[in-house]
Design a protein around this ligand. Sequence first.
Ligand SMILES: [Zn+2]
Length: 526
Amino acid sequence: MGTLWWNGTFFTMNAENETVEALYVEDGIIKGSGKKRNLENTYPIKKLVDVQGAFVYPGFVDSHLHMIGHGEKLIRLDLSTMNSSDEMKRELKESVAKTGKEEWVLGEGWNENNFFDRKLFHREELDDIAPNHPMFLTRICRHAALVNSSALKIAGITRNTPNPEGGLIVKDLKGEPTGYLLDAAMDLVKSKIPAVSQAYVQHALEKSVDDMVRHGLVGGHTEDLHYYNGFIQTLDAFKTVIDGKNRKFRAHLLVHHEEITQMKKEGYSMGDVTSCIELGAMKIFADGALGGRTAYLSSPYTDDPSTSGVAMHTVKQLEKLIQQAREVGMPVAIHVIGDAALEMALDVIEENPVKKGRDRLIHVQVVREDLLERMLNLPLVLDIQPRFVASDFPWVQERLGEQRLPYSFAWKTLLNKGLHCAGGSDAPIEPVNPLLGIHAAVTRKKPGEHMSYFLKQSLTMFEAIQLFTSGSAWAIGKENRRGKLKEGYVADFTVLNQNLFEVEPDELLQTKVVMTVIDNTIMYQN
Ligand SMILES: [Zn+2]
């Protein structure tokens, strides 16, 4: 006995323009598709769901984000919407006034590229705003932070503190720390921020899942296990929040390399943890990000020839980490933004091939022609964030320079080459709404603006939706179970009020989510 979903346009995503009238589902799996009458004559139907003329897509899955971080952004001081340094200052002052004695002021998402003066707050200015509270403000890219003197003091950072490996304590001409910390230097302060409570983590995760489902997402490949009181507590939060009954959601958790030992000790390995939660590849960072010029490039930054970025590990260290993954039978998921980081990752992957599954390269923003070929010869999936085009242009042009740009954010080139790509938001860095990612992939621009960047690199609507459906499924080896509406696939649907293949790109963002269906269960209905 099963469910018949009908009265809509069901895009199978098996081939472009292929639609069916109805789907029959049993035990969460699509058993039949086609005409309603045929299905009614063939199957024992117990329940009918009328989607009232809506448009049904395979459930959208975000292939790379940080779910708890996204939830934190929803409950914490969000600086990502600040358009001037004055506005940021006002917001911070208000936040300080609300913060209890000796508590930390934590803010997320500031981006000086959105300020006309590109102002980076100096430690002393932050001291004026927060003389009595330690302050830690994470940049939008999460690879840099601003802190005040009280935070530096707690961390014991002085003019004499050397840069930690893989990080930079920015100092002024007199040698004093300015309060600007890059990559590993952030950890010196971060490690002093009191641990968050389990209740806080759960609350953030609940907010996150509910927000994702509201945006039509049925799942996400997420990286959280290292940052909130460690592997087991964070996994417990996922099990509690996504209990598979009141809340269904396809959570695929990458495992940060520093948590592998803990994972083994707790008796876990890659694969299903519960019906909703699974453990995936080992996450490794190879470099930083373009915003703070820490993405590792093969030649210096065009707008700052003094640096080529930061490699998080030496080749030897990276190799050791990959070998550690191979020992426990895991693929790796490596954060690579610059072409030198990509090259390094390919070097070690080629030497240490994965036995089962596919390795993932996350972001892949700057590539080179010679690296395309090498990627093609490996069992790889590229986790791209189309929305970075909307956020990083135009400033990224002067940063990367004319020569590198044709192979940067070059999604169409990657697809044309035959590389498998999956689409994600990297929330909380970008908004979690998958329609924004699809919009950016198709239009190569910010919503509402006229200027498109490298239009040749724009994807068709079919390709853009594939990123978030079959692409995400391919990334975790579930391309025969997820990401399409056909027999044998899970009954996960993103139900929208518009036909994405027919709307004008700018109308795309007016699309409303009608329903989000996970495992044949309506988890959200508008
Ligand atoms: Zn990320």
